[in-house]
Design a protein around this ligand. Structure first.
Ligand code: FA5
Length: 327
């Protein structure tokens, strides 16, 4: 009998130690101290207990009952105290692993490109993404009736404002406030209502380069692009320029870079370039008889896609962590 009472007390105290909220505590109370609980059931029927043991059994039963009642009251008040103090934390428990974030592959590409051109002496210039027609077209020698100004090909806002369609705007903004010579690149977002496909997006980034000095030549332009290609894509990269037309350069050319695409060497078009048109110099107040310059504009997404073997430009903007985590 005494053994049974010891076991009841031990089991009940062990169960009480696991009661961390009021519901579990109440279940414990009903199970052990309730009117049909284990303590009541264990009350000895003294008539069945041998006479010489009655006093010891009676005392042990009362002691076990008091112990459990006191333990219950103590548990109840400590839970009430904990509730008032707010949730408790086990500061020794190991935390959940936190995945380290990383920079977006386009941001990293932009930083790398800036670094390569910085080594060649180019500083970075910035311009607004909401532009006026003067900086996006007029000063760039793009006349009123030029198809590049068609509302279908631009995101016009109000009055004469639009989302810039090229970073060449920053050429104008920089020359307007800086005396030559100058050597800048500008990197940023541009906007065109192009239909989205594997190589076109309606918002993309360009890197613009502008070098104005005396006696700047097309050879200097090609050398700059070649040095960029070698530094960025590796010593086997090559550059080719093909005659083309841009209103703000004369002569103008398309820039192709030779690089490995899926293990095969291919010429890939990355942008446009040329010698700054004298009309552009006049528009910003530079004397075209004194100053010469070259400019280029390359698509950043296309550069990143080539470098990292990304087949579809849309993946760069979908924010799919499984794709971005690869880089
Ligand atoms: C221009 O934007 C000229 N401003 C470049 C320039 C600068 C020429 C200075 C001469 C002197 P173009 O429209 O070709 O040129 O665009 C240049 C590059 O931007 C393209 O070769 C391509 O790499 C990228 N590009 C153009 N449209 C998209 C598009 N919808 N999505 C992604 N990249 C694009």
């Amino acid at each position: 009998m005494l053994d049974q009472l010891d076991k009841l007390e031990n089991d009940a105290l062990a169960a009480l130690a696991t009661a961390h909220d009021n519901d579990v505590l109440e279940q414990w109370r009903i199970k052990y101290l309730g009117s049909k609980g284990a303590v009541k059931t264990a009350a000895p029927n003294m008539r069945e207990v041998p006479a010489e043991q009655r006093s010891a059994v009676g005392q042990r039963f009362n002691e076990a009952k008091r112990t459990l009642e006191a333990a219950y009251e103590q548990r109840k008040s400590s839970l009430a105290g904990a509730a008032k103090a707010g949730p408790s934390y086990d500061v020794t428990e190991p935390g959940l692993p936190i995945g380290a974030g990383r920079r977006h592959i386009l941001s990293r590409t932009i930083d790398e490109i800036i670094e390569v051109f910085a080594r060649m002496g180019f500083t970075v210039a910035y311009g607004p993404e909401v532009e006026d027609e003067r900086h996006n077209f007029v000063a760039l020698n793009i006349p009123d009736d030029h198809p590049a100004r068609d509302p279908i090909d631009n995101f016009y806002l109000e009055d004469d404002l639009l989302l810039r369609s090229q970073t060449s705007t920053v050429q104008i903004r920089t020359m307007e406030k800086t005396e030559p010579p100058l050597k800048i690149i500008s990197i940023g977002r541009v906007y065109r209502p192009d239909t989205h496909d594997a190589t076109h997006y309606s918002m993309f980034n360009q890197v613009e380069g502008l070098y104005v000095d005396r006696n700047v030549t097309m050879v200097g332009l090609k050398t700059t692009l070649f040095q960029f290609a070698q530094a960025y894509f590796g010593p086997e990269a090559e550059v080719r320029i093909r005659p083309s037309f841009f209103p703000f350069t004369e002569p103008s050319a398309e820039v192709d870079m030779k690089m490995k695409v899926k293990g095969q060497w291919q010429w890939v078009e990355l942008g446009g370039c040329g010698m700054v048109d004298p009309n552009v110099f006049t528009a910003v107040g530079y004397d075209p008889e004194q100053w010469t310059g070259f400019a280029f504009g390359l698509g950043i997404e296309r550069i990143a896609m080539r470098k990292y073997g990304i087949a579809d430009i849309r993946w760069l903007y979908e924010n799919d962590a499984r794709f971005l985590r690869q880089f």
